[in-house]
Design a binder for this molecule. Sequence first.
Ligand SMILES: O=C(O)COP(=O)(O)O
Length: 217
Amino acid sequence: MAIFDLDGTLVDSVDGIALAINRRLHGRGIAPLQRDEAIPLLGDGLAAFARRAYALRQTSPVAGDIEAFVQDCLTHAEAGAQLYPGARDTLDLLVRDGWQLAVCTNKIETAAIAMLGHLEVLDLFAAVCGGDTVERQKPDPCHIHQTLHRAGLHDVPAVMIGDNVVDLAAARSYGIPGIFADWGYGQLPHDVAMPSVARHFTELPQRLAAALSCKAI
Ligand SMILES: O=C(O)COP(=O)(O)O
C-alpha cells in the first residue's frame, strides 16, 4: 500500500488556497499573501493555515473569518490545483504493478475528494482520509491507521509519501517507512529519520519497492 499526502505531494494546490485567504484579507484591507508566504503555512489543515496567515499579517481573524475561508476553499476546492509532473503516469504504473493507493491528508476530506475527482485520479485510490474525519490528524499515527482501515488493508506492508514533517513523523510513529517528496512545499526535516528522498514523482516505483525491502538506493 502506498499512502500519499495530498497538498505538496500529489497536488500543487497552494495558489487556490492563497486566493481564498486573500479574498478574506482583502475584505479587511490587509495585504495579500504571495505564494512563497503561503507555502510554509500549509501542513496542518485549512483552519491552521488561516490562523497562521492572519498571524503573519500581525492580526487575528474576526468571528466567522476562518469558517468563511474554509467554506470558500470547499466551494472552489479544485481552483488552480494541478497534479505534479509525472504523477498521473506514475500512479497508473503503480496500480499496474499491483500497488494499492490511498490518500492521507490534513485537508478537509470533501475538498480532497472534489480535487482528486476534478483531476481525474480519484478512482485510483482505495481510500481518501481527511483530517476532519479522524480523531487526531497527522502527525498522529492514528490517521495512517484509519486510512489503512478504510482501504480495508490494515495488515499489508505500507509506505507513506509526503513533503511535510507531519507526514514523516506519522509514518515513523506508525512504524512504516516514509519517503520525502522533495518536489513539494516542505523542507527536508533534520529531526525525522528517513530512509529515502524522492527528487521526482517518477522515482517513486523504485523508491517504494526499496522502502519495502529496506534497501538503500
Ligand atoms: O492543507 C494542509 O494544510 C495540509 O494538507 P496535506 O496533509 O494534504 O498536506
